[in-house]
Design a protein around this ligand. Structure first.
Ligand code: 5AD
Ligand code: SF4
Ligand code: FES
Length: 364
C-alpha cells in the first residue's frame, strides 16, 4: 500500500485505515498535513469551548479500566450542590463559552432524573437560553433522555468505548449493567430522541488491535455521529485492568496513535466536532494543542470547582487538578494562540454535520 494513494481514496476500507494508523515518519507527516488541510477547509481553525462540570464521581458501574468505578474504595466520593453547579454554569456564561457539559458517574432513579431536569431548567433561565448544554450521564432509558431534552439539553456524549463486542466484554464485568448491545441501543435512543450525539473510544487498550481501531472509526461513520471525543487509555493502579499493563504500548506510542485516530477521523468525517481529549494532556503537556493541529476543534476546559478536581480521577496524571476555572481559561488562551487557532467565544458551535443532518430530515 502507498499512503498518497490511500489519502485520496476516501471512503476507506478497514485495511487502509489500519495502515494509516500505523504510519510513521514521513507517512505520518503526510497524514497529519492532509488532515490539517481538510480541517481548515471544513471547520476552519476555530476552537469551541465546552465548560466541563464534573458534578459527581459516584457511579453505579464497575468498568474495569476506570478509576472511579464503584468498587474502588480509595475514592473520596462527592457530589456538587445545585448552587455549585449553577455557579459553574454562570462562569461559563459570563466568560462567553457557548456551552457546558454536565458529566458524572452513571446513576439511576427518579430522584436523579428529576434533579438533572431541574438543573437543566435553571441553567436555561440563568443563561437566558444562551448556553447549549451537553449531558454525559451514561446509559438511561429513552423516556429519561426525552425528559432531559425537553428540559433543555441538546447534546449527549456516550462513548461506545470500543466497537468490538468481544473486546467490550474484556473491559467490563459480565453482568446486565455492562452489555455492549445496551450501550449501542442507548446511542440509537439518543439519536431517535433528537440529540446531537457524541461517542468515542479509548485508544491503546490492552487486547486492542489496529483493526479494532479502524472498525471504531467506521462505526462512527456508519452511525453518522455528530461529535467525537477519544483519547489514549491510561492505566489506573486501583483498577482490575492494571494487571495487563505490560501488554500496553508505551505512553508516547498511545499518544501518537490517538493523534492518528483524530487525523484519520477528520478525513473520514470532515464536518463533525472532534474534541481534543484531556487524557492527551496527561501524556504530553502540549497534547491537546497537538490534537488541534491534526483535526480536533473542541476543547473542554474544566470548570469544576477546584476542591473536587482531585477526586474525579478516571486515570492518573490528570491535568489541571490544582487549578480553578480562571486558571484554565487564561492558560488555554495562551496555548491556543500559540498554535494559531482562534477561540470561538459567544458561539454555540453545533457541528456542521448535525445541521446538515437536520436539513436532511426536514428540520430547520
Ligand atoms: N483511561 C482513559 N480514559 C478513561 N475513561 C475512563 N477510564 C479511563 C482510563 N483509565 C474514559 C471513558 C469514559 C470517559 C468518561 O472516560 O472512555 O467514557
Ligand atoms: Fe462509571 Fe463511566 Fe467510570 Fe464506567 S467509565 S465506572 S460508567 S464513570
Ligand atoms: Fe487547566 Fe492549563 S488548561 S491549567
Amino acid at each position: 500500500m502507498n499512503i498518497s494513494e490511500i489519502l485520496i481514496r476516501e471512503p476507506y476500507m478497514v485495511e487502509e485505515i489500519a495502515y494509516l494508523l500505523q504510519a510513521e515518519d514521513n507517512e505520518k507527516a503526510m497524514l497529519f498535513e492532509k488532515a490539517a488541510q481538510v480541517k481548515k477547509a471544513f471547520v476552519q481553525n476555530k476552537v469551541y469551548f465546552r465548560g466541563l462540570i464534573e458534578f459527581s464521581n459516584r457511579c453505579r458501574k464497575n468498568c474495569l479500566y476506570c478509576g472511579i468505578r464503584r468498587d474502588n474504595v480509595h475514592v473520596r466520593r462527592y457530589s456538587l450542590t445545585d448552587e455549585e453547579i449553577l455557579d459553574a454554569a454562570r462562569f461559563a456564561c459570563e466568560n462567553r463559552y457557548g456551552s457546558v457539559v454536565l458529566q458524572s458517574g452513571e446513576r439511576g432513579g427518579d430522584g436523579y432524573t428529576k434533579r438533572i431536569e431541574h438543573l437543566l431548567k435553571k441553567i436555561g433561565q440563568l443563561s437566558n437560553g444562551g448556553l447549549r448544554v451537553t449531558l454525559s450521564c451514561g446509559e438511561q432509558s429513552y423516556e429519561t433522555y426525552r425528559r432531559w431534552l425537553e428540559a433543555g439539553a441538546s447534546r449527549y456524549l456516550l462513548r461506545i468505548e470500543t466497537s468490538n463486542p468481544e473486546l467490550y466484554k474484556k473491559l467490563h464485568p459480565n453482568d446486565r449493567h455492562h452489555r455492549f448491545e445496551m450501550r449501542r441501543k442507548s446511542l440509537d435512543d439518543l439519536k431517535r430522541a433528537g440529540y446531537q450525539v457524541g461517542t468515542g473510544v479509548m485508544i491503546g487498550l490492552p487486547f486492542q488491535t489496529y483493526e479494532d481501531l479502524a472498525n471504531d472509526l467506521l462505526f462512527m461513520k456508519q452511525f453518522d455521529i455528530d461529535m467525537v471525543g477519544m483519547g489514549p487509555y491510561l492505566e489506573h493502579p486501583h483498577t482490575p485492568l492494571y494487571a495487563f499493563r505490560e501488554r500496553l504500548l508505551s505512553r508516547e506510542d498511545r499518544f501518537q496513535l490517538a493523534l492518528k485516530m483524530i487525523a484519520v477521523l477528520r478525513l473520514m468525517m470532515k464536518d463533525i466536532n472532534i474534541a481534543a481529549a484531556t487524557a492527551l494532556q496527561a501524556i504530553d503537556p502540549m497534547g491537546r494543542e497537538k490534537a488541534l493541529k491534526v483535526g480536533a476543534n473542541v476543547i473542554m476546559p474544566n470548570i469544576t470547582p477546584g476542591k473536587y478536581r482531585n477526586d474525579y480521577t478516571l486515570y492518573e496524571n490528570k491535568p489541571c487538578t490544582d487549578e480553578n476555572a480562571d486558571d484554565c481559561q487564561s492558560c488555554l488562551e495562551a496555548r491556543i494562540a500559540f498554535v494559531r487557532h482562534e477561540i470561538a467565544y459567544d458561539e454555540w458551535g453545533d457541528s456542521e454535520h448535525f445541521k446538515e443532518r437536520e436539513k436532511g430530515q426536514g428540520g430547520e
